[in-house]
Design a protein around this ligand. Structure first.
Ligand SMILES: Nc1nc2c(ncn2[C@@H]2O[C@H](COP(=O)(O)OP(=O)(O)OP(=O)(O)O)[C@@H](O)[C@H]2O)c(=O)[nH]1
Length: 182
């Protein structure tokens, strides 16, 4: 069977580890330096349940509560990885706002999402509990994972979970929406 093509966007507040998770998944390494992203695209073929997927992973620039949702990420994407850091309450608040804006822009009540609490290796600095993260994901009907890009903890699981959620949606990418009110 040929690989199925899947477009996935990584979104979240600045410095939560979107690039580090992408690089860990695609290249299997952790680079301990901080270089703010404008936009990067990665591709990787991965196999889940005997099916190959060609994943196009778009690592977006960090967003904050004031950012307008970048409209280019609202169409032709099959699913989203929404990342916060377990050491940053601010990043947890921002991810809620990003999710609300995403739903608004795509005009749908449901979109395949994995909510990710990254940086679990920094457990002494934790300010967002696992229960809080799980509760938020449940309210979105999203999958939830806590990860460490640094220690390669549960990183591949993010993408495998998301590919499964997309499969349940029959792999329909988000279509261009006509209900944006400007
Ligand atoms: N300890 C620890 N540090 C991490 C982890 N993931 C990322 N970092 C660090 O956090 C900083 C930001 O990581 P990035 O991957 O650049 O974060 P980003 O979300 O892509 O940042 P923007 O491009 O600004 O949006 C870097 O110094 C990383 O090394 C992790 O799991 N554990």
């Amino acid at each position: 069977m040929p690989p199925k093509e899947r477009n996935i966007a990584m979104m979240g507040y600045r410095s939560v580890g979107k690039s580090s998770l992408s690089i860990q998944f695609v290249e299997g390494q952790f680079v301990d330096s901080y270089d703010p992203t404008i936009e990067n695209t990665f591709t990787k073929v991965t196999r889940v349940n005997s099916q190959d997927y060609s994943v196009k992973l778009v690592d977006t620039a960090g967003q904050d509560e004031y950012s307008i949702f970048p409209v280019q990420y609202s169409m032709d994407f099959h699913g989203y990885v929404l990342v916060y850091s377990i050491t940053s309450q601010k990043s947890f608040e921002v991810i809620k706002i990003i999710y609300e804006k995403l739903l608004e822009v795509i005009c749908k009540k449901y979109v395949p999402v994995v909510l990710v609490g990254n940086k679990t290796d920094l457990h002494q600095e934790r300010t967002v509990s696992t229960a809080e993260g799980r509760k938020l994901a449940e309210s979105w009907r999203a999958a939830f994972l806590e990860t460490s890009a640094k220690q390669n903890e549960s990183v591949a699981d993010i993408f495998h979970h998301l590919l499964m959620l997309i499969e349940n949606e029959n792999g329909n990418p988000q279509e261009k929406s006509s209900c944006i009110v400007s």
